[in-house]
Design a protein around this ligand. Structure first.
Ligand SMILES: C[S@@+](CC[C@H](N)C(=O)[O-])C[C@H]1O[C@@H](n2cnc3c(N)ncnc32)[C@H](O)[C@@H]1O
Length: 224
């Protein structure tokens, strides 16, 4: 099952941060100095990640395949941010090359390897040589994770193969439940490397007090 973002979900999603701030902060730090750099925000959703990039001074282009999510982007702080609705991961219609790409909480929404491969290749083609592609997604070791804010569970019949269903709950009132997909670290690594990226670092920062594991995984890839 894929995620349906009704208007309420998109609005709430636009606002909440909680424990996720740790992953965003780490990912932004990995992007380095992006002032005046042109950065692609792949799967920008409601524009939260785009606004974080903009705050760091980047010239941001956000792309998403879901019009519901894009309709909840903010116009008030949109200076320096352009948003585009895309289909089939096609970025060819977007002018110019990018100095970097950011992709937060998107890989986990993809169920098929071919789609993930297509997404990654599309970004590769749009990046200048030696540019960074920073990806935030679920930590595959964190199935069963539960904090005051997040719960990560396996879906029915889960055996640990990529593409299987996982359920991510954000403990708001009422809770936000996302039907996502599991990806092994190895599969994500091979998809990125086959597309021509090299992996510089994979980080799993602890985000909640008393926890021994991170619910997030941050991949720092570079275009060869
Ligand atoms: C959980 S939201 C994350 C949004 C944003 N990156 C953030 O951090 O707030 C995931 C978004 O990825 C988008 N998405 C999923 N697959 C995509 C694809 N293949 N191409 C573009 N957008 C995609 C969804 O429509 C959704 O808006």
């Amino acid at each position: 099952m894929s995620n349906t973002y009704d208007h309420r979900k998109a609005e709430v999603y636009n606002e909440f941060m909680g424990e996720y701030i740790v992953a965003y902060d780490k990912a932004l730090a990995m992007m380095g100095d992006i002032k005046d750099k042109r950065v692609l925000d792949q799967g920008c959703g409601t524009g939260k990640s785009s606004r974080l990039l903009r705050k760091e001074g980047a010239v941001v282009v956000g792309v998403d395949k879901n019009p519901e999510m894009l309709s909840a982007t903010r116009s008030s702080d949109a200076t320096g941010i352009e948003y585009f609705l895309i289909e089939n991961n096609d970025l060819a219609g977007i002018e110019g090359q990018f100095d970097g790409a950011f992709c937060t909480f998107v890989f986990l929404e993809v169920s098929k390897r071919e789609e993930l491969e297509q997404m990654v290749r599309a970004v590769y083609d749009k990046l200048k040589p030696n540019s960074l592609y920073v990806i935030v997604t679920n930590n595959p070791d964190a199935i069963g994770y539960e904090s005051d804010f997040i719960k990560l569970e396996s879906g029915e019949g889960f055996t640990g193969e990529s593409g299987q269903s996982v359920i991510d709950t954000v403990k708001l009132d009422p809770p936000l439940v996302f039907h996502d997909y599991y990806w092994t670290e190895e599969d994500q690594r091979s998809i990125l490397e086959n597309a021509g990226f090299r992996i510089e670092q994979i980080s799993k920062p602890i985000s909640a007090e008393g926890q021994e594991i991170s619910p997030f995984m941050i991949i720092h890839a570079v275009k060869n």
